[in-house]
Ligand binder design. Structure first.
Ligand code: UD1
Length: 416
C-alpha cells in the first residue's frame, strides 16, 4: 500500500494549474447514460474515482477511451444493473440511478452502504424518484426502481443534497412534464452538469439557485463539454502555500467558486488576490485563528474543513470549527493530534488551539478519507522532520498528481 513521505521545512512558492473537478466529472459521466452515442469530455482529472466510474459505465454497456484528460464515452446502455462490487468503491455511483431509470424505465443499483464520513443515506434520492412516479423496492442490498415513464413533479428537498439534486435533475430531463426542485443544491458542479444536459437538448433553468426547473423532453443527444475546475483542489493548494508561509497562485480557477473560503483566509490575515482565472495567497509568517462553520454552497465547503483545520493548528489563538453537513467528519483530528496539534473534538465542533510557537512535529499518520488525507499532507509540509501518511489511496481517489503539484511548488514529498 502506498505511503506519502513528506520532509518539512520547505516554503511553497509559484503557480500551479488546477485540474478539472472530480465531483463534476463523475456526474457528467453518468449523464452519458441519458443518450446513446459519443459523449466527449475534456479536462477530466486522472483519478481512481474516474476509473471506478468508467468500470461501472462499461458494465452497463458504455465503453470509454481516456487520453490526456479527454474522455470519450460511447454510450450504448445494455444493462440496468449497477453491481455491488462496483458501487461500493464509490458512493457517487448512486448517480446512475436517475439516468438509467429515466432512459430505460428500470434501474437496479446496489445500495452504497456506509462511509467513513457518516451514514450518508440516499433516502432523498429515492423519495424524489417516487415523487416522479417510480416504484422503488429495496431487496437484497439493491434498489430496484421501475417507471414506464417518469412524470414531472414539484419536489422540496428536506435537506440540501448535492447528489440528490443531480440525480433528480438528470431523471427529470426525460420525464413527462415539468419538474420543479426546491431547496436544491447550488454547488458550481450542479451548474456544470446542468450546462452539459442543456447541450444535450435538456430544458433546464434556475441551476445555481435553490429552485431548478426542468421541462422534460422526449430525447437527448450526446454532446461535448469541458469539466469545470476543482475548487476543492484549488483551496487545498492555496492552503499549502499559506501554511508554509509561501506565495502560491492557483490558475485555471474561477475565484467566485471559493468566496467563503477566501473570506476566511483574509479574516485570518492573509492577502488573497483574485484575477479572472487565478487566485494568489501572499506570504505571511503568522496568522490568526478564525472560526468556520461548514454549510452547503455558497457557504464554507465541508470538503475544505479538514485542510483549513490543519492551517488553524498553527494560528495565533483558538478556532472553533463546526461541521454541519456530515455527522462524522473529524476523523483527521486524532491524526493531527499525533503531530502535536492541540484540538478538542466534540460531536459537531472541534476547538483548535493554535500552537504557532511550538509547531507540529512529524510522525506516521493514517489517512481515513479523501479530504482528511489532504489535511495530513498539508500538516506534514510543516511538521518538523518527517511525516509519513499511510493509506494514501484515499488521496488518489480525488486529487490528480498531488505530489507532483506540491513538488513543483518546492515541497519535498515522495511516495513509497
Ligand atoms: C457531495 C460531494 C462531497 C461533498 C458533499 C457535500 C460528490 C461526488 N461528492 O456528496 O464531496 O462533501 O456533496 O458538499 O459530489 N443526505 C441525506 N439523504 C440523502 C442524501 C444526503 O440525509 O438522500 C445527507 C447526507 O448524509 C449529508 C448531507 O445530506 O449529511 C449532504 O449530502 P450530499 O450533499 O448528498 O452529499 P453527496 O452528494 O453524497
Amino acid at each position: 500500500m502506498d505511503k506519502m513521505v513528506i520532509q518539512s521545512g520547505h516554503q511553497l512558492n509559484g503557480q500551479v494549474k488546477v485540474s478539472g473537478a472530480k465531483n463534476s466529472a463523475l456526474k457528467l459521466m453518468f449523464a452519458s447514460l441519458l443518450a446513446d452515442g459519443k459523449h466527449t469530455f475534456h479536462n477530466v482529472p486522472e483519478l481512481a474515482d474516474v476509473e471506478s466510474a468508467r468500470n461501472l459505465l462499461a458494465s452497463l454497456g458504455c465503453n470509454s477511451e481516456f487520453q490526456k484528460n479527454t474522455l470519450v464515452i460511447n454510450s450504448k446502455t445494455n444493462s440496468q444493473k449497477a453491481d455491488y462490487d462496483l458501487v461500493r468503491k464509490m458512493r457517487a455511483s448512486i448517480l446512475c440511478l436517475g439516468p438509467l431509470l429515466s432512459k430505460t424505465g428500470d434501474a437496479v443499483v446496489s445500495l452504497p452502504g456506509g462511509c467513513a464520513i457518516g451514514t450518508r443515506p440516499i433516502d432523498l434520492h429515492l423519495e424524489g424518484m417516487k415523487a416522479m412516479g417510480a416504484e422503488i423496492e429495496l431487496k437484497e442490498g439493491y434498489v430496484h426502481a421501475h417507471a414506464k415513464k417518469l412524470k414531472g413533479c414539484s419536489f422540496l428537498f428536506e435537506k440540501v443534497t448535492v447528489g440528490g439534486t443531480e440525480n433528480m435533475m438528470m431523471a427529470a430531463t426525460l420525464a413527462e412534464g415539468t419538474t420543479i426542485l426546491e431547496n436544491a443544491a447550488k454547488e458550481p458542479e450542479i451548474s456544470d452538469l446542468a450546462n452539459y444536459l442543456i447541450k444535450m437538448g435538456a430544458k433546464i433553468s434556475g441551476h445555481g439557485t435553490s429552485v431548478i426547473k426542468i421541462e422534460g423532453v422526449n430525447q437527448l443527444k450526446p454532446a461535448e463539454h469541458t469539466v469545470c475546475p476543482d475548487r476543492i483542489e484549488a483551496g487545498t493548494l492555496l492552503i499549502a502555500g499559506a501554511i508554509t508561509g509561501g506565495e502560491v497562485t492557483a490558475t485555471h480557477i474561477d475565484s467566485s467558486y471559493l468566496e467563503a473560503f477566501i473570506a476566511k483566509l483574509r479574516e485570518a490575515g492573509f492577502t488573497v488576490d483574485t484575477e479572472k482565472n487565478s487566485i494568489t495567497v501572499r506570504k505571511l509568517k503568522s496568522w490568526k485563528a478564525v472560526d468556520i462553520t461548514t454549510a452547503p454552497h455558497p457557504l464554507f465547503p465541508t470538503d475544505l474543513q479538514a485542510q483549513f483545520m490543519a492551517l488553524m493548528t498553527l494560528a495565533h489563538g483558538t478556532s472553533v470549527i463546526s461541521e454541519t453537513v456530515f455527522e462524522n467528519r473529524f476523523m483527521h483530528v486524532t491524526e493531527l493530534m499525533r503531530l502535536g496539534a492541540d484540538i478538542t473534538p466534540k460531536t459537531h465542533v472541534a476547538v483548535v488551539r493554535g500552537i504557532p510557537d511550538k509547531g507540529l512535529t512529524g510522525a506516521p499518520v493514517m489517512a481515513t478519507d479523501l479530504r482528511a488525507s489532504a489535511s495530513l499532507v498539508l500538516a506534514g509540509l510543516v511538521a518538523k522532520g518527517e511525516t509519513t501518511v499511510n493509506r494514501i489511496y484515499h488521496l488518489d481517489r480525488g486529487y490528480e498528481k498531488m505530489e507532483d503539484k506540491l513538488s513543483s511548488l518546492g515541497a519535498k514529498i515522495g511516495r513509497v
